[in-house]
Design a protein around this ligand. Structure first.
Ligand code: TNX
Length: 536
């Protein structure tokens, strides 16, 4: 009897002693014990010294610890307790997985690659305080085995409709890496602004990066530029800045997929080089989010257009090591090609029957070039129309139809259907929410998303690389706006693309979310709690 009473009294104490762990995305397996490892001034990071890349991983951990505590961890010296990194062939965790073992005397992260180690560190960060503290840094003892479900865990950002600074882009990458997302799709080109310096074609950023709408907050209500007005709103990234961002992302295990739109959504390029459109008329880069028109497409009848794009892609590929290069391909108003003599001549010589086939001809030529450089071309699902290029990867955004079709044809696919992973759509309200593009993608809807469509035959499922959320910024003008639309929905997506589907649990997710909300508050990040209130 006495024993039972004692146990009953002790149990709450034991539970209290056990630190709460709220990792998102939920690890594949995690076992938490009651004691903990304490990080102090004597703690040292230990790794194979000769491995320079491991030094970068160690620096990543040190920087994070120093930020929250002011403690500067030593590396490979000192007699204190160790946080050890180990690259060693480990079965069952793949390229990005990790094992994390925490005991009171040691922390050990084991992985097959540095990326795996980085994810182990991100899990460590998620059990430590989120902002600067004077409290003791305690890591609960635990055993974690963890690896992702999908290879492509993407977040997109449109920097054309509104421009975001290098610092903001880094903040975005930091945030997505914290949740083990590994792909940043950088939408660098659209009608409303060309955002990447191209040395061979300087007018792209001298002219194409600027427009006349600096004071307007909502594009739909924006007046068109009047003759003689100075284009002063915009911006672009220099090649040096791009290199810096690529390096920053790589240090966090994030690959950047650059998107260079073609043949449509390029009014900004046509503003710079009007001779590349069918009607060759000069126009200013479009304001806000206006839809493409006749003079915002390249002319596929013009040979110079191909040279131009190949030159641009050559510079782009030198900056971005990504295996995948995105060429857009969406929403081309092909009717303009009907009345273009050069386009019609091209169709005749190439024996193309429809304007869709003409677009397909365009994309196939570009793919050939990209493949000749040992990269893979990815495009929006419109690239299926008129015939898919032989090795193209399809980003399925108009639902999953295009993705299913491509996977059945043995093409790789990234699922990014507007419903539910367009984060420019409302997440709550709409009363009381910032103006957004229609559609209601609540947190719950995102959480319940399953990237493998039921109707896809089993043998084709391996072609689904993963999923991605897109953030178009016609209505999003500020950093706060970006944060608000992404948080907390990105956390739901992270669990969709990382955690085993059997481990998904809405109630548990909501429990864990609380710790993250506190972090957002502490860090001053904007987020929508509203998205959690609406059930579908
Ligand atoms: C469609 S998604 C677009 C974008 C818009 C978005 C708004 C896609 C490939 N094209 O240009 O910004 O809708 O939701």
């Amino acid at each position: 009897m006495k024993k039972i009473i004692l146990a009953a009294l002790l149990l709450p104490c034991l539970l209290l002693a056990q630190q709460k762990v709220s990792i998102i995305p939920q690890p594949v397996s995690i076992q938490i014990d009651k004691d903990s490892f304490i990080i102090d001034n004597t703690t040292t990071i230990s790794f194979k010294k000769s491995d320079k890349d491991l030094k970068a991983v160690a620096d990543f951990l040190s920087a994070g610890i120093s930020k929250i505590s002011g403690i500067n961890l030593s590396q490979n010296k000192g007699k204190g307790k160790k946080i050890e990194f180990k690259i060693s062939p480990t079965e069952g965790i793949g390229e990005e997985g990790y094992l994390l073992n925490v005991t009171p005397s040691e922390v050990r992260i084991t992985a097959n690659t540095n990326k795996g180690l980085i994810y182990g560190i991100q899990s460590l960060f998620q059990v430590l305080p989120q902002v600067r503290t004077n409290a003791i840094l305690k890591i609960p003892s635990m055993q974690v085995k963890d690896y992702p479900r999908f290879k492509w865990r993407g977040m997109h950002l449109d920097v054309s409709r509104h421009f975001f600074t290098v610092d903001m882009v880094k903040e975005y990458i930091e945030l997505l890496a914290y949740y083990k997302m590994n792909t940043f799709h950088w939408h660098l080109v659209d009608d409303q602004g060309w955002r990447i310096e191209i040395k061979k074609y300087p007018k792209l950023t001298e002219i194409g990066a600027w427009r006349v709408d600096q004071n307007d907050k909502i594009w739909a209500k924006r007046p068109q530029a009047k003759a003689g007005e100075e284009p002063t709103y915009g911006g672009y990234y220099t090649q040096e800045e791009i290199k810096e961002v690529v390096k920053f992302a790589a240090a966090r295990g994030v690959n950047i997929v650059p998107e260079i739109e073609m043949p449509g959504h390029v009014a900004s390029a046509i503003a710079s080089y009007p001779e590349l459109s069918c009607n060759q008329k000069f126009q200013l880069p479009l304001t806000g989010g206006d839809y493409t028109n006749m003079s915002s497409n390249y002319c596929p009848g013009n040979e110079d257009v191909f040279q131009f794009n190949e030159d641009i892609l050559t510079e782009v590929m030198a900056l971005f090591p990504s295996q995948y290069i995105h060429i857009g391909g969406d929403e081309v108003d092909k009717s303009s090609w009907k009345s273009c003599p050069k386009c019609q001549a091209r169709m005749k010589t190439e024996n193309l029957k429809t304007e869709e086939e003409l677009q397909s001809y365009f994309i196939k030529r570009i793919e050939k070039f990209i493949v000749s450089k040992k990269r893979k071309m990815i495009g929006w699902d419109e690239i299926l129309e008129g015939g898919l290029a032989p090795e193209a990867v399809v980003m399925s955004w108009r639902g999953e139809k295009g993705g299913i079709e491509a996977a059945k044809m043995h093409h790789e696919v990234v699922m990014t259907p507007g419903n539910p992973v367009y984060f420019d759509h409302y997440q709550a309200g709409p009363d009381g929410e910032p103006l957004a593009i229609g559609g209601m993608n609540t947190l719950r809807k995102v959480y319940d998303y399953e990237p493998i469509p039921k109707e896809l035959p089993a043998e084709n499922r391996k072609y689904i690389l993963g999923a991605q959320a897109n953030l178009w910024t016609e209505y999003i003008t500020t950093n706060e706006g970006v944060e608000y639309m992404v948080l907390p929905r990105m956390l739901a997506l992270a669990e969709v693309v990382w955690s085993p589907s059997a481990a998904k649990d809405w109630t548990s997710f909501n429990q864990r979310l609380k710790w993250h909300y506190r972090g957002f508050q502490q860090k001053g990040l904007h987020y929508s709690e509203g998205s959690n209130k609406i059930e579908i």
